[in-house]
Each structure stands twice: as structure tokens, then as C-alpha cells.
Design a protein around this ligand. Structure first.
Ligand code: 0X9
Ligand code: ZN
Length: 311
């Protein structure tokens, strides 16, 4: 089935049905793999998009979304990126020439489904904890680099930033870890889509220090923020997540830079909408995803410009 990204928010099953249709529709250019399973045994699917030239082992741009269940605009934007790359290969030839795009639209599948069926503002996973009163772990505190600090995560299962009992005790964070490690010899850009706040957040989250590649990452973020300002009314703040938002310990972008060797890793906090910021109206989707795509495209172009020759 086709999917009208701007026309609705979709359930995990609907998104998977759409992803399942892509390899038949784009046999040379779309490759779909179930990379793992959620706690409640939902398949976590990973789509690889290329330009069909047959070259293997190109450097990779990896995008994930919905690590936090309630941030619905993030998976919608991931689907929009997929549609852009697959339906407009000429327009986006530069983006695909030397790079594979690897996209996981729904990481926290159980939580995402729960926000459709039970509780719209659920954030964490759905795996029980040692505390019978508390369900769920914050996947973005569960990654195994500088995991477990009290500045930026919590050991209390009742908290929204509960980090889990030990790093990677959630199947969903294991899957993202495995993707990051699988591509760690050619991971040029890791972009984790969240909402909300119009931020481009760079590592580190666990300390006020900066990683060695911080200024390169900052220039990539700058290209994205500038493109959005130039094209639309959007305004993004960019810089260290620790300073711009708050400390995080065990987040996926720290792991991507600290362990998986990512040249650029970033959390993109998409614009707010709706009553709470997490629930844009359907009529907001088009504006948000088209504006955000301007930014992501510009950042990808900057990554390509800086790193395409290396591998
Ligand atoms: O808290 C998070 O995991 C992210 N924000 S959200 O509102 N989507 O939950 C931010 C993670 C980025 N890193 C830092 N702020 N350091
Ligand atoms: Zn989030």
C-alpha cells in the first residue's frame, strides 16, 4: 500500500505493512530486514535505500525514530524521508550517489502501539521492571556508553528517565546498538528523531565536555539550521545537548560517537504541535515534515561534502 504521510498518524502495524510493500515496488533500491523484535514480539524493521547502482558497502546515513513512544511526528517524518528518497531519485541523486540511507521508523514499537491503544502520552518501553508498580524503561537512557549516571538518568523505575537495570537490558536498544555496530566502520551520520523543541542536539549528553569531532558536528548542524531558517519560518537551536536541554546518561547519540565511531551523531527535536507539543494535529504534519526535510537534506549534503571521499 501507498501511504499518505501527511494524511494521518499510523499504527505500528500500518507502518510495517507499508514498509513490507517497498521491496516489491522498488526492487533495485529498497531492502527491508527485520533486525530484531520488541519485548512484546513486534518485528523491528530496518529499511535500506540506495540508488540501485550495485555498489556495496557505501558509507551510511542511519536515521531512527520513535525511541519515545508519544513523539508521533518523528516516525511520520521518517516515512516522509523514505517517500522522498524512493519517489524522487533524480531530485535526490546527490544524496544517494555515494551513500546508503538506513532507516528504522519505529524503535519503541510496543510503547508506540500503547500510545495508540491505551495511553497517548506514554514515553518508555512496555517491559516490566523489578518494581511491580512500574512498567517501562527509557530507551534513550539504556545505551551502554557512560550508562548509569544519576546526572541525566534515574535508577527509579517509576521515573520517565528510568535507565533500566543494566545497559541494553531492553531488546529495542539492543537492536539500535546492533545497527550502529554493524555500520561502525562506515557510519557517517546518525540522526535520532525525537520531539519536541526545535533543537539539534549533539553529544555529549553525559558531560559538559565536548567530543573531539564536536566542531565538525556543529558545522553540520549549522548547515541544517541555516537551511531551515532560509527556507521557512523555522528556528532551530543547535549545540551540546547537555547545555541546550539537559544532561542525559546512556543516550543513543553518545553511544554512536563514543563506541560506534559515528562521524556525526545528532538528536533532532522536531517542532511542537497540538495541546502538549507531542500531539500535532494531522493538519500540522505537512508543514513540519517539509520544513524538517529541508534541514535534514542540507545536513546530509554537508556530511557528504565533508566525508564522502573517506570511508
Ligand atoms: O531526553 C531525551 O532523551 C531527549 N529529549 S526528549 O524530549 N525527546 O525526550 C533528548 C536527548 C538528547 N541529549 C541531551 N539532551 N543531552
Ligand atoms: Zn524523545
Amino acid at each position: 500500500p501507498q501511504i499518505d504521510v501527511m494524511g494521518a498518524f499510523y499504527t505500528h502495524a500500518e507502518i510495517n505493512e507499508y514498509l513490507d510493500s517497498l521491496p516489491q515496488r522498488y526492487p533495485q533500491r529498497a531492502l527491508l530486514k527485520t533486525f530484531g523484535w520488541s519485548y512484546e514480539r513486534r518485528p523491528l524493521k530496518l529499511l535500506t535505500i540506495n540508488n540501485g547502482d550495485g555498489r556495496t558497502n557505501k558509507p551510511v546515513i542511519f536515521i531512527d525514530a520513535a525511541m519515545h513512544a508519544r513523539e508521533w511526528i518523528a516516525p511520520s517524518f521518517a516515512l516522509y524521508i523514505i517517500e522522498e528518497l524512493l519517489t524522487k531519485p533524480e531530485e535526490h541523486a546527490e544524496l544517494l550517489k555515494d551513500y546508503d540511507w538506513v532507516i528504522m521508523p519505529v524503535v519503541n514499537a510496543d510503547g508506540y502501539e500503547f500510545t495508540h491503544t491505551d495511553s497517548r502520552y506514554w514515553r518508555k518501553t512496555r517491559k516490566p521492571t523489578w518494581d511491580p508498580e512500574s512498567i517501562g524503561t527509557d530507551l534513550n537512557r539504556n545505551f551502554g556508553y557512560m550508562w548509569g549516571r544519576d546526572d541525566g538518568s534515574s535508577a527509579d523505575p517509576a521515573e520517565e528517565i528510568y535507565r533500566g537495570e543494566y545497559a541494553f537490558d531492553q531488546p529495542e536498544s539492543q537492536v539500535v546498538r546492533d545497527v550502529l555496530l554493524h555500520y561502525s566502520d562506515r557510519l557517517h551520520f546518525y540522526l535520532s528523531l525525537h520531539s519536541y523543541g526545535n533543537y539539534l542536539l549533539l553529544p555529549w549528553g553525559h558531560t559538559s565536555d565536548f567530543p573531539a569531532n564536536y566542531y565538525d558536528m556543529l558545522e553540520v548542524a549549522d548547515a541544517g539550521a541555516m537551511a531551515i531558517v532560509h527556507a521557512t519560518n523555522g528556528i532551530y537551536s543547535y549545540g551540546s545537548g547537555y547545555y541546550l536541554m539537559y544532561a542525559t546518561s546512556g543516550d543513543s547519540t553518545d553511544y554512536a560517537v563514543g563506541v560506534a565511531n559515528a562521524k556525526v551523531a545528532m538528536t533532532m527535536e522536531l517542532p511542537a504541535g497540538g495541546w502538549t507539543g507531542f500531539d500535532p494535529w494531522v493538519s500540522h504534519i505537512e508543514g513540519i515534515v517539509t520544513e524538517s526535510w529541508v534541514g535534514v537534506r542540507a545536513m546530509a549534503m554537508e556530511v557528504i561534502r565533508r566525508y564522502a571521499e573517506q570511508s
